[in-house]
Design a protein around this ligand. Structure first.
Ligand code: ADP
Length: 231
């Protein structure tokens, strides 16, 4: 159900991929409405289409059918340039692999999204504040190779937030971390939700990460359902 507070909505979203045996449907009519300030986990078996779904939600890919809207604005109608600008300003992404630039410092990595469209004169100060927020104020000049896996993901979170997005989409953000690192990152994301009103949509195979989210939906056989709670 959508309300005036709905930030992201997918309606009857379909997607198929061409393979050797013809076209294989992956998403068969996905419906999802996310309220501003919500935390949502998307779970489901490997290969069921979770990343495909998140990419549609973030305009990284276009659905074959259905609609994706962000605060009531339809996304598939945008030109690639409009979509890129929208993405850069409104949505933060965190992936399983951090995709940090190895030759750049932590601070420079966080500033990368501000290079596409000007981040304003306060961008370096904001990057420092964000790195402080994720507990890395003493690592500004380090290179990614000098950090632990958990620290790198924290840098990736700071980078995702530099343009002040309202929505963070995370695809297996803890997938390459130790159990302790996974819990640290999850706690950080939840704190950002509670204290900074960041809306979170997290694809995860971790029951523990999912358990920290306000709502869990399961992608299975191409459609999303609320996850049944086990007795
Ligand atoms: P999950 O994130 O749940 O593991 P994915 O969304 O990555 O699943 O993939 C869903 C299915 O779509 C898989 O069978 C995968 O092989 C296929 N797939 C994903 N991306 C492509 C692509 N670009 N071309 C063809 N098939 C793809």
């Amino acid at each position: 159900m959508t309300t005036a507070n709905t930030i992201l909505e997918l309606e009857a979203v379909t997607k198929a991929y061409a393979g050797p045996a013809g076209s294989t449907p992956v998403l068969k009519g996905v419906d999802l409405a996310v309220e501003a300030g919500e935390t949502v986990a998307i779970v489901g078996p490997s290969g069921c289409g979770k990343s495909t779904l998140l990419n549609m939600a973030g305009t990284l890919d276009q659905p074959d059918g259905g609609r994706v809207t962000f605060r009531g604005k339809s996304l598939p109608g945008m030109t690639p340039k409009e979509a890129a600008r929208f993405r850069n300003n409104e949505i933060g992404f965190v992936f399983q692999l951090h995709h940090l630039l190895p030759q750049c410092s932590v601070l420079e990595n966080v500033l990368v999204p501000t290079l596409v469209h000007t981040g304003g004169e306060d961008a370096p100060e904001r990057a420092r504040q964000l790195l402080d927020r994720v507990g890395l104020s003493d690592r500004l000049d380090y290179r990614p190779g000098q950090l632990s896996g958990g620290e790198r993901q924290r840098v990736a979170v700071a980078r995702a937030l530099i343009n002040r997005p309202a929505l963070l989409l995370a695809d297996e953000p803890t997938g390459s971390l130790s159990p302790e690192g996974a819990m640290d990152l999850t706690r950080l994301m939840i704190a950002l939700n509670r204290e900074d009103a960041l809306t979170l949509v997290v694809v995860t195979h971790s029951q523990e990460v999912a358990a920290h989210m306000g709502r869990v939906v399961e992608l299975r056989d191409g459609v999303l359902r609320p996850r049944e709670t086990r007795p």
